[in-house]
Ligand binder design. Structure first.
Ligand code: BJW
Ligand code: ZN
Length: 247
């Protein structure tokens, strides 16, 4: 296959000494078979986020919300990382300073071998108490007839960040600082509409970074990016890596 056309500026930045930060979204896992949220085939075209992904919805109808998470947990436990995840896992060792920030809750970056991942929106396979926030090991699947509770009496819920909830403070602060200080920033497979994650590329740009987007579709971010690749991350990322001096 013909080599991917990339700018001279990007090519020069693909060296181990460049400080790199990456933000990933649902699109990066699409080629693994995980549905995205927005768009014609996205989860939000079939389910209403305000009924499922916020605390009030959970308290009003925990069974409905937990059954939705059961469905997604089962799906996510069977999927495998794709070449996009695997390429990013290799970048962690290639670049001396590399920060991988994800909005995804599917754990596929770790499964691909990334060891340092900022999971801004949590992890769907983990649980916590909806009342006291204590982490809980079980259950893997919620029994809708017998909702699991914490020692404090609170209901257990998936350890993910719903609309209107704060992201883990230290994690978003660290991600912010990585975006501020990086030289090269990648926004990958995200519609870039959910805050505060969607601000990270802008923070990077303000800090002087070269901002690259990979997405088959236009996003609100596209216009401010220095370089845009229109295509799936599972195909484009390995082709960008072909430009690494030793690969
Ligand atoms: C491909 C591809 C391929 C396809 N290759 N690409 C400021 C202004 C306005 C609103 C707010 C604001 N600050 C906060 C808010 C409120 C809210 C928000 O942002 N709302 C906007 C949507 C309007 N944010 C919050 O509530 C956040 N909390 C917060 O800020 O707390 C403080 C606060 C509270 C209240 C008021 C003010 C401040 C929390 C956000 C939590 C988001 N949670 C979810 C659910 C997680 C749990 C779960 O999974 O069940 O996170 S929602 C959902 O969206 C999920 C995702 O992580 C997130 C982002 O979606 P993502 O990843 O971008 O996916 P898609 O589907 O949107 O896009 C996929 C993309 O991939 C598309 O572009 C495709 O083209 C592309 N694609 N195939 C590459 N093969
Ligand atoms: Zn509790």
């Amino acid at each position: 296959m013909k080599q991917l056309a990339i700018s001279e500026r990007l090519r020069r930045l693909l060296v181990p000494t460049t400080r790199v930060a990456v933000l990933t979204g649902a699109g990066v896992s699409a080629e693994s078979g995980v549905p995205t949220f927005r768009g014609a085939e996205g989860l939000w075209s079939k389910f209403r986020p305000e009924e499922l992904a916020n605390f009030d919805a959970f308290m009003a109808n925990p069974r409905l919300v937990l059954e939705w998470y059961n469905y997604r947990r089962e799906l996510m436990s069977t999927v495998q990382p794709n070449p996009g995840h695997k390429t990013l896992a290799r970048w962690e060792t290639y670049f001396q300073e590399f920060a991988l920030v994800t909005q995804n809750v599917d754990g596929l970056h770790r499964k691909a071998g990334s060891t340092k991942v900022f999971e801004l929106h949590g992890n769907i396979q983990k649980n916590k108490c909806a009342k006291c926030n204590r982490p809980a090991e079980w259950p893997a699947i919620f029994d809708p007839e017998n909702l699991p509770t914490c020692e404090c009496g609170g209901l257990l819920r998936p350890d993910v960040v719903w609309f209107g909830e704060l992201l883990p403070v230290q994690m978003i602060e660290q991600a912010w600082s990585k975006a501020e200080t990086c030289e090269l920033f990648f926004s990958l497979g995200t519609s870039a509409v959910v805050q505060p994650a969607a601000s990270l590329p802008l923070v990077a740009k303000r800090g002087g970074a070269y901002v690259v987007e990979i997405n088959p579709e236009d996003t609100p971010l596209s216009g401010m990016c220095d370089e845009v690749f229109r295509g799936p991350t599972g195909e484009i990322l390995p082709r960008i890596a072909e430009y690494f001096p030793h690969e």
